[in-house]
Design a protein around this ligand. Sequence first.
Ligand code: LCS
Length: 396
Amino acid sequence: MREKYKNFETAVIHEGYDSQVHLGSLSTPLFQTSTFTFETAEQGERRFAGMEDGYIYSRLGNPTVKVLEQRIAALENGGAGLAFGSGMAAVSAVLFALTNANDHILCSQGLYGCTFGLLKLLKEKYQITHDFSGMETEEKIRSAIKPETACIYVETPINPTMKLIDLEMVASIAKEYNIPVVVDNTFSTPYLQRPLDLGCDIVLHSATKYICGHGDVVAGLVVGKKDFISRMAMTTQKDIGGILSPFDAWLLLRGLKTLPVRMDRHSYNAQKLVGKLKKHPAINRVFYPLDRKHKEYKIAKKQMKQGGGLISFEIKGHKEDAQRFLNELKLIKIAVSLGDAESLIQHPATMTHAVVPKEERQQMGITDQLIRLSVGLEAWEDIWADLEEGLKVLEN
Ligand code: LCS
């Protein structure tokens, strides 16, 4: 892909759109329509039969959404893309497409809370089982693969522990067994990490986060080989129906243009804050991919361009101390979600990962002391001043 625009920073602005076929409109036109008219009944028949290209109904495709799908496909270096009404709509459409009743899914040791919830649902309703693995070594991956393993599903960095998975290693083993590897690339975005280039098969996003970047859309994106994406478009998207609205696609196209600039700034701010947090006496441990002390620093170096905008850290004390600290913050907002211009902070054990039973949560590394910070685009000095002031409550 990306033959048209070699550089990411250019593709993110131009890919998939030609202003000259839209009356010269610089901004992608918003096709805010549910349906498309046919010139004749015969034309309608040909479109439904797939004998003629053209739009039919916005659940089956929309020109504004299409630009976004082509753009993300190019940025991830994949064959085709598909947009959804939320990250979870994207995750569920992919898992429904890849599995049958009684199959097995091998997962990274740690996943976003609702993805965990979806796995539980698949198990209860269709006996689709799953296992978690740290995937630290080839042996660990091999021993976790079963004859009925239908896919390997990983987040890296993992939400919210910031643990990493070696994508090249997982992909090369999965190839031997002919098992597709799905990567949730939400935390990194294609600017920092491109799983398909490392041999993985499908990449997905909660586009609600960095792809949007402005906290005003809930959306999901999937990129993979053309035939897989076409199959999904006609089954687990068309018939389950979790599509993206044209207006939200338009907002995502606008947000996406500044992705590289934003990610550079998020990463820079995060690096500065990691240095400060590590030295603070009220903090036990800090987790950030490109911190030299990170357990999987080598993996981060190998597969990530920069460390991104998420930091997690453990405070000294108990759950109540974590909550007292959050309550002291003024600039940084207490909120789930991430990847916005505003710095956001949350307590995973009682918020994003509250649905995960305590024992499994602890196996994943989500303690009551763990806090996740989504570093915004503000001056890092102001973010640090707020953190430092808030941390004082733990010193008394
Ligand atoms: N994958 C990851 C890694 C996520 O962090 C999220 C949402 C999703 C998928 C689902 O995407 P959504 O449907 O919300 O667009 N993560 C959230 C979080 O950490 N805080 O709030 C939502």
